[in-house]
Write a protein that binds this ligand. Sequence first.
Ligand code: G6Q
Length: 550
Amino acid sequence: MSDDNKTGAGLTARPQWRALQAHADRHAGRSLREYFAADPTRGERYAAEAAGLYLDYSKQRVDEETLRLLRELADATDLRAHVEAMFRGERINTTEHRAVLHTALRAPADAVIETDGVDVVPGVHRVLDRMAAFAERVRSGAWKGHDGRPIRAVVNIGIGGSDLGPVMAYEALRHYSRRELAFRFVSNVDGVDFLEATRDLDARETLFVVCSKTFTTLETLANAHAARSWTLAAFDGDLKAVAKHFVAVSTNAQEVARFGIDTANMFGFWDWVGGRYSMDSAIGLSTMLAIGPDGFRDLLAGFRAMDEHFRFAPFERNLPVLIGLIGLWNTNFLQLDSVAVLPYEQYLKRFPAYLQQLTMESNGKSVTKAGRRVDYATGPVYWGEPGTNGQHSFYQLIHQGTRGIACDFVGFCNALTPLGDQHDLLIANLFAQSEALAFGKTAAEVRAEGTPEALVPHRVFEGNRPSSTILADRLTPHTLGALVALYEHTVFVQGAIWDIDSFDQWGVELGKALAKTTAAELASQDEPKLAHDSSTNALIRRYRARRGKA
Ligand code: G6Q
């Protein structure tokens, strides 16, 4: 059998999968109106709570039998054993032969978590203590720039996992941040990103945090070099300024030193922390600079509370398991191939972008761990915007379009910065949207409103659009940690059942390698010998010609 013919039929051949398929066939026509009519207590019963997060999943198209069958699939695929293997530090990232221990980043100091016989916890706390000492010095003004001024701006340079977590966390926790410090985040190799981020800053008062696990990433190194030139220009080229204005977060001390950053100013992490799982490692240094070491500890405590819930709570009321299993049901049995993440909280404006990477880079895979092509859908598309903004743009398609989209609503009972009655208006919109999506409006209801007959079909809402609502008291560092860990573990649940490696990212590695050759071809003074396809060759030639390099 050729490789192309090998499939991961193991999962779809399981009796538990088949039972779910038969159940889906029987219940496909059942609507949320019917589910709610059949059980008046559904809204209270289809809910669970942990680590300060209340999950209402009653507006998902599931009943007790669906949930039981999904749990049976989880049992049949040894979900519990997979969870333990991760927490115990086994090398579950099989294609990179690595342990996956982001949960160790938030373990208490007295925990013992070993990988290859070495307890990783003391190292985690050593780095946290160094970060805290450094953050205190910068925040108090004790850390001085090269000419003795205090730091007033922090610029995080990184991309992907070394950017999305820090920028999301900074935006989310801005309310708790040291307002006298400006925070900027530079990721794109497009020079505009660096230039716009720094144009109103004074290099003599600016600290760069260069975040790169590998310290070989093209974008980050290009921006770090630009930052160094910008800094040196303010100090007449005095190289000693680098030590006061640059720190690095990396696993690669050699490359950090080669760049010119003193490794005394480097904060380390480990190969068992994936980029998209690293915001609670030293990659979160900018977060700690913003909210302080105590705030960062609260964030870690929120992660840890969700970790413990995930590891020990029964599946029936385990939030990541419930969301993961219902998401799998939506993807594989209801054929909903996208999830809209809709935080009704302006501070979470970068949360959908963060989740896009976490979910899609993790579960955007089409072969099983053994390398066989899957014969079932894997990771859905995640996207979203904060409410209420999205309501005035893409919600139309969710309400009345032809595609099935599942929604995750996120909201908080208390505003951090109340303004009149606007928080009630905000949350009223969240509740009203999930209600309208679930129950829609029938033609009879539309007619009863006096709508002219010709308009009736246009004003009918089918409803039956499934959603979950996550409600918490208040957005705090602790809540944010719990929320992020909730999604990390949701991704894990799905990846484990789909039998894919949620922790590698060969698609990203491909991009990193490809651009290198092309960059040399664009820069070459002599006509390069191009060996791409005819489209790529023509684009390169046209670009070179327009740049006067024909
Ligand atoms: C994350 C990915 C990827 C990575 C970036 C940056 O899981 O691996 O997004 O974080 O490519 O990599 P470096 O931190 O090594 O610069």
